[in-house]
Structure formats: structure tokens, C-alpha cells
Design a protein around this ligand. Structure first.
Ligand SMILES: *Cc1c(COP(=O)(O)O)cnc(C)c1O
Length: 395
């Protein structure tokens, strides 16, 4: 079984490039040159140097005494929250900005949900001196205002999107529309393992540094080559793809993907794609998608803007149908509780997205000698308003 994409961008039956004529030129160019560029030694040298000196990698693999005691097993946290700009998103934007420069592009566009990808994109654009436009649903502009202010200070233009339910899906639609209208000078930095081929594979490669480091760090700390579990939250699926990547073929490693159940999978206010979805096409690739019987996209809901998306990347759709990964879901309430627990027992305030991964610790019975790695995809600064509201309600 091969869990990577084939050369047409297919993961089993999922993936591919379902695009309008007007995007063909840009996508075709990317398909033809991305591997040659990103695997070249001068690209890799520059990419690795920036990951180290600019983003602050490697991110630590931290043994959590207190979570380990509590769950009677061995829990390690992969600290993507400590990266520059506060999440794993910077790994991908550093890679894509280097690619855009090599393609001679001068204008960068991006979509963002929680604002972490918008900030990471605005950051690398500031450094590269390139124009940056970020599309963001109007609801997300309101609920993630610290990130909106950061993007503006970094010199990006933030365009609020008023269509649909004004969240990540709608922002992505607008970014695609922009690219169709500006095909020559613009590169679209997609923030997750979604979109037409080659984006899912390209973004997974940039994020795979996460599992590359876990391997080395785990061996150093435990003498073990592989963990028993890797747990990560899934919005589009980029932090999970990065955390799983180098373990995909180690079948003894249990891969746990955690989706956002919102108010509950059966409530109609949820973003648990694998529980609710059917095969369909969204944003340029075939994957699992929350949709009505006649193929209309169902509006998702999650308290966490980064997980509030009605699809998942094609790699994850394939991991789900082949059962290589186990998919769980955590509600808003379970995530808030997990975030408060980590904060008060380890002094680490996680992003609301990452809190969904932490909530899965409650759902699995571990053995005392299991080695469990939880990917803490980002930090919680942007979520303080939601946390305070919750914290005051349970105090
Ligand atoms: C964007 C984001 C996510 C969700 O995106 P993936 O592509 O699924 O990783 C998760 N955690 C944080 C902190 C994010 O910023």
C-alpha cells in the first residue's frame, strides 16, 4: 500500500486537479516544476537555513510528566506552538515563498481561517518584499482580530469575505477567483494539504519536517525509532500530514486524526468531515466533503476557525478509507476543557485547533509503556477571548 500521491496527484481515488480553464496555465507550470525546484540542493539549503534561523526549528519534543501521569502512559508534545508566528504554518509559507521567487512572481495571495496562515504568509512576504493580499471570512475577521492586526502591521491587505457563512471555505473561493483574474504575476500560497495537485503533495513535503524531527528526537530521548501513537488535529490536514508523513509506512505506528465535532457530530453544527462526508470535489481536488444529497456543500461549524472547513485534504480522505489512520472528533466543549487542562498542568496555552488533538487523549486507552506524540500545532494567544469566556463559565 502506498499512502503518497502518484504523479497525477492521486491518493487512491482522491486528489487530482479539477480546475477551471483559467487556472490551467499556473497549475500546469507548478505541476511540471515543483519537484525539481523544491528538491534541488540550493532550494533545500535555503529552506533548511530559514527553518532553523528564522522559524526557530527544530521545535522541541517535550516529555509531559503531568499528562503522562494523568493518562498512565508516556506523552510527548511536539511544540509547533514555539515556531515563529506561533504555529506550523510558517514551515509551508517559507517553502512556498522560496518557490514563488524562483517562479518570478511578485504578488502573493492567500486564504486564512484562524489567521495563522495569513500571518505566516504576510510574514514571509514582508521578508521577501512581495505584495501580499489575504482573504479572510468576515466571521473570522471578527473572532481572530489579533491576527488581523498583525497581518496589517506586516504590510498585508486583508480582504474580508462576505459570501457563504463567511469562514474558511468562502475565503478560499475568493482567493481562487483572484488567481483566475491575476494569472501572470501572482502565486497563491495555499495554507493546507488541499487544492489541486500539486498543492497537497507540496504542502505535505514542506510540513514533513515535523515527523522528520520527531524521528530523530524520539530516538535521542527514548532509544525508540517510532512512537506507538501520533495524534494531530485535522482542518485541511497540513499539521497532521507533517506529523504523520515519515511514519505512513510504519504500520505499527497508530495515526490518530482528530476533527472538530463542533456542537456534536449529529447536531448539524459540526466540521467532522469523515463522519459526515461523501466523495466530492471542492477547491480543485476530489476528496471527502460535507454535502447534501444533491451535492451542495454543507456549511461547517467549529469554535475553532482553523478547523471550520467542510472538507479534508485528499491524503487524509485516503488514510480514512484505507483505515491507515483512525479518525476521531472532539466537540467545542471537549477542546476547551483539554486546553484548560494543558494550560493548568503544563503552563502551555495551546491553540484551539491543537486542543482538539489533546482532547483525543481522553478517548483512547493507552498502555503504560506506550509512547504517544501529540502535535501541538499552535499557541493560544489568538484564542484568549474564547478561553476567557469558557474559563469564567466553569470557575
Ligand atoms: C491552521 C491551523 C490548523 C488547521 O490546519 P491544518 O492544515 O489541518 O493543520 C491547526 N492548528 C493550527 C494552530 C492552525 O493554525
Amino acid at each position: 500500500m502506498n499512502y503518497q500521491s502518484d504523479d497525477k496527484g492521486y491518493y487512491g481515488i482522491f486528489g487530482g486537479a479539477y480546475i477551471p480553464e483559467m487556472m490551467y496555465q499556473n497549475i500546469n507550470t507548478l505541476q511540471n516544476c515543483y519537484l525539481e525546484i523544491i528538491e534541488s540542493s540550493d532550494f533545500q539549503q535555503e529552506f533548511r537555513k530559514l527553518l532553523r534561523d528564522y522559524a526557530g526549528r527544530p521545535s522541541p519534543l517535550y516529555f509531559s510528566d503531568r499528562l503522562s501521569d494523568h493518562y498512565h502512559t508516556n506523552i510527548y508534545l511536539k511544540r509547533e506552538d514555539l515556531n515563529h508566528t506561533g504555529s506550523h504554518k510558517i514551515n509551508n509559507t517559507i517553502g512556498q515563498i522560496l518557490l514563488a521567487k524562483r517562479l518570478g512572481k511578485t504578488r502573493i495571495i492567500a486564504e486564512t481561517g484562524a489567521g495563522q496562515h495569513g500571518v505566516a504568509t504576510a510574514t514571509v512576504c514582508a521578508r521577501a518584499g512581495l505584495k501580499c493580499i489575504v482573504y479572510m471570512g468576515a466571521v473570522d475577521v471578527a473572532r481572530q482580530s489579533p491576527n488581523v492586526e498583525k497581518m496589517k502591521m506586516l504590510g498585508a491587505e486583508v480582504r474580508p469575505v462576505q459570501s457563504g457563512n463567511k469562514t474558511l471555505k468562502d475565503a478560499t473561493n475568493e482567493a481562487i477567483r483572484d488567481w483566475i483574474n491575476n494569472p501572470v504575476d501572482t502565486h497563491y500560497i495555499i495554507g493546507s494539504v488541499v487544492g489541486p495537485h500539486p498543492y497537497p503533495d507540496m504542502v505535505a513535503r514542506f510540513q514533513s519536517v515535523i515527523s522528520e524531527e520527531i524521528r530523530v528526537q524520539l530516538l535521542e530521548k527514548t532509544g525508540k525509532k517510532t512512537p506507538d501513537y501520533v495524534i494531530a488535529c485535522v482542518g485541511g490536514g497540513s499539521n497532521a500530514a507533517g506529523a504523520f508523513y515519515h511514519f505512513l509506512d510504519n504500520l505499527e505506528v497508530k495515526l490518530i486524526a482528530v476533527e472538530a465535532a463542533g456542537k456534536g457530530v449529529e447536531t448539524g453544527e459540526s466540521a467532522a468531515t469523515t463522519a459526515l462526508g461523501q466523495p466530492g470535489v471542492l477547491h480543485g481536488s476530489k476528496s471527502l466533503l460535507m454535502q447534501t444529497a444533491d451535492g451542495q456543500v454543507i456549511e461547517p461549524y467549529s469554535i475553532s476557525a482553523g478547523l471550520d472547513y467542510p472538507g479534508i485534504g485528499p491524503m487524509h480522505a485516503n488514510l480514512f478509507v484505507t483505515k491507515r489512520a483512525q479518525f476521531l472528533s472532539a466537540t467545542d466543549e471537549e477542546a476547551l476543557k483539554a486546553a484548560l487542562f494543558l494550560t493548568q498542568c503544563e503552563g502551555i496555552i495551546p491553540a484551539l485547533e491543537s486542543a482538539h488533538a489533546l482532547a483525543a487523549l481522553e478517548m483512547i486507552s493507552f498502555k503504560p509503556d506506550d509512547v504517544v506524540v501529540v502535535n501541538v500545532s499552535g499557541r493560544g494567544d489568538k484564542d484568549m477571548e474564547a478561553y476567557l469566556k469558557y474559563y469564567q463559565s466553569v470557575k
